[in-house]
Design a protein around this ligand. Sequence first.
Ligand code: TYD
Length: 293
Amino acid sequence: MLLAQLLAQYQPQAVLNFAAESHVDRSIHGPEDFIQTNVVGTMRLLQSVRAYWQGQDEAARAAFRFLHVSTDEVYGSLSPTDPAFTEHNKLEPNSPYSASKAASDHLVRAWHHTYGLPVLTTNCSNNYGPLHFPEKLIPLLIVNALAGKPLPAYGDGLQVCDWLYAKDHCSAIRRVLASGRVGELYNVGGWNEKPNIEIVHTVCALLDEMRPKADGTPYQSQITYVTDRPGHDRRYAIDASKIERELGWKPAETFETGIRKTVQWYLDNPDWVAHVQSGAYRDWVQTQYADTP
Ligand code: TYD
């Protein structure tokens, strides 16, 4: 109802679906919210947008786009020697989170094929950057390091992800929205495949340089190996050559430039950090890291 009203009021030429529950660990503790937001929520959005789109004139219908933001995690897990995910990989999600995102990707595809809705889907790798909620690895490392708390590496710390600076992700989405071919998927990645423990060491080294500890000890002394995430995917890697070839998009940041900007932002914004570490956040940390010394 609210959606129908907003669409009628603002008459958008495009709708971008960024809305999602996105944290794998939370999906393991409570899958229900993920099904509700990511699957049912996407269906409701598609239904409202379809009704709005069908009421437009022919030119507006042809120009309209529904862009669905998804994840590389829908493709499952790679072995160390597998080629990176392309848009042709099968969807083999392994966590409640990635299964809910794969389900929503299927819904978007079906609304295109069944109703003709002009959709686009992007599958991105792990985002990082300013304003990132500190339940995720990189912001959690920064805020825990500064607070003198443990830096939790799951399992052996050798799981691999690709890291995409959030602003680069935004520029990719703009490009796909402007020029992507209707009905197509576009993988978006940063060409920054790294084992988690390397991320931890990089953040520690930057903080040693930018905010050295008063007692002179290195931040890496706070690294703590903790129980692994159940069903933890071993490796994600994105082949982002289609978006580069077809739409001329490439990330502007390397991991080295992006992570430095990110650490600097957290150092410059302690008030934001304090504000988001509210009661609900503390409850989450207690649930997830109860066994961490
Ligand atoms: P995360 O930032 O939680 O993103 P996602 O929800 O997409 O998995 O995790 C990124 C990687 O870092 C993942 O392999 C799990 C690992 N990780 C840790 O080792 N320790 C942590 O405390 C967290 C939050 C994640």
